[in-house]
Structure formats: C-alpha cells, structure tokens
Design a protein around this ligand. Sequence first.
Ligand code: GDP
Length: 365
Amino acid sequence: ALTAGIVGLPNVGKSTLFNAITKAGALAANYPFATIDPNVGIVEVPDARLDELTKLVQPKKTVPTAFEFTDIAGIVKGASKGEGLGNKFLAHIREVDAITQVVRCFEDENITHVAGKVDPISDIEVINLELILADLESVDKRYAKVEKLARQKDKEAMVEAPVLEKVKEAFANEKPARSVDLSDEELKTIKSLNLLTLKPMLYVANVSEDEVADVSNNQYVQTVRDYAAKEGAEVIVVCAKIEEEIAVLDDEEKAMFLEELGIEESGLDQLIKASYSLLGLATYFTAGVQEVRAWTFRKGMKAPQCAGVIHSDFERGFIRAETVSYDDLMQYGSMSAAKEAGRVRLEGKEYVVQDGDIMLFRFNV
Ligand code: GDP
C-alpha cells in the first residue's frame, strides 16, 4: 500500500498528530491488524459518498477504504551529514511515497523550539535543505559514472546525463527535484535513484487550540501558505492536540465537538483526503445488500487491475464490469432504475476506472 510519511523538526507536534492517527485507526474495527508496525498508522478515508450509498442500499455492513501514515521521527539540521538519526532517518523517508511535513505555527512558552523561536519558514527550509543535500549526494555519485559513459557514447547514459544536470542545477538553487520539468521518459532514467525531493509533499500547519477555528490572525500560517503556493503545494491547518482528543470519539460526538469549536471538518480528515489525492489515489465502490464498500485504486488503472484490488482471482478471470457512476446512481435512485435509463454500462478490459464508479465485476474462476 502507498504511504505518506510524517516528518518535521522536534517539538512541532508530529507525535501528537501521529497519536491522533493511531487512535482514530484503532477505532476502525475493520482493520484489526492496524498495529503490526508501531510506526504505521492506518486510518479510514472519510467519504460522504459512502454514507449516501449506505442509505440507499441499506447493506448489512459498510466498509470504508483505508490509508497509511508512517511516523518518521528524528530529522534535525545536519541529518544529511549523519547528525541525529541522520542517514537512518533519510532511509525511512526513502520508503514512503509522499511526504507530510508538520510545521509549528503555535506559540507556547513552555514548549521549546529547537531554533529558539517559532519560525515556520526557517523550519521548512532546514528540512527541505537536508532532503536536497541527501539527494545531491546520490545524484553526484551517479553523475560521475554516467558522465563518463556518455562521453563513450553510451546511448542510455546520453539520455540520463542531461537529466542529472538539470536536477543538479535545481539543487544548486536549493530547489527540489520535483520542481524540475521532466518528461515521463526523463523521469524514468532517474527513477532508480529514488530521490527524496521527487516525492510529492504537503505541509501541515499545526496551530493552537484557540486559533484553529479561525486562522486569519495567525501570521505563521499565512507565511506557510505563501511558501507552499510558490511550490504548488497544499497546506492543511490542524490543531494536533484537538485531533488527539477527538480521535477517540464516535462520529456523532465528534461532529458535536467540532461544531462547538466552530470547525467545519476535522484537520485530520482534511489531511487524510489531501494525502490520498496527493498520491494519485481514487475510490471506487462495490454495493450489494451484504456489503457496501469503498476500494482504493491508482488513477489511470483499468478495470481488471481494479478488480485485482479486491482479489487477484478477480483480475485473472476478469470478463467485464457492470459500471455506473455515483452521480447517475444517485440521480436514478436505484440500480434497476439506472439500468432502465441505460446508465449502467458493461465495461471491458480497457476501461479506465473513474473516481466514484460503482462496479460489479464478472469473472471466471
Ligand atoms: P514532536 O517532537 O514533533 O513529535 O512534537 P510533540 O507531538 O511531542 O509535541 C511537542 C509538544 O508540543 C508537546 O508538549 C505537545 O503537547 C505540544 N503540542 C503539540 N501539538 C500542539 C498543539 O496543537 N497545540 C499546543 N498548544 N501544543 C501542542
């Protein structure tokens, strides 16, 4: 499964946020094995469509889809030179698919800031620079080899060398590899380097309890938003402490608590959704009287691969998929009405599944 890694300087609220995630995940009865790796927290992906489908179909059981966060503690200034947990820490980031960077945007005299004062942009720059320095080392090493081969007219090396040069130039300007405009073919040539700064990133601005409902006066959040906008990155505002408190509440209690605080949607729920789409993930549904269920797939996946998410036999024996879009099903009010209106399609092996499709797979066993 794809996972988003939580990073950030010490004392910014990472553990608090990760606790909220594991507590929320522990409540999710559908994922009893959610705690095998203590650094992985599995949460349900909130999806209003699943609630609507449940109302419509009235199944015995409803199962949301899940998403993984990985806690990556321990980045400090100098990590790329092996300081703190250093290289071990960077190796953990290498294993995740997207990066969730927690940034401290709350004041609290009792909680020490590693740099002496709250300064989110400086914090972000420390971390982003460590990631760039680590990548620079990999790219330099690789470039030394590839450049020699390119001079000997090795075909592959001649494609790769200029890509590495572009990436090196970005690093020289303290820019991440993902800021370089590379074609799919160019990206392929450097894929094996598994660069940290090629991974998509989003920022989590951690604010105090009394500011979370309205952050318009929080200058820190504004500076993070400006910084992120330049990168085209998203910012999610949370109060990690509140998330930790509400993680143990059931849906109704949670809604009441949030309303009292004047919060529309919990920061954690927003974070889950944002991370999910940052990774290019989408959801299709199966809807029967026994079970209504959400399934995760990668955008661009075709029907047989999506069937394989449920079971590999479904992929192997795939014949076709009865498919209706969520909007059509809701508009016609039932599967049979949607069928009568000609909105239920028979899709084959080449069909690219869309977010919100409701699928019934036909397959040979
Ligand atoms: P980490 O080192 O990044 O994992 O940070 P922690 O999660 O351990 O948080 C450091 C300190 O900040 C702890 O004392 C937390 O209780 C406190 N803290 C974390 N999030 C918040 C928050 O949203 N508001 C306030 N006031 N304190 C917080």
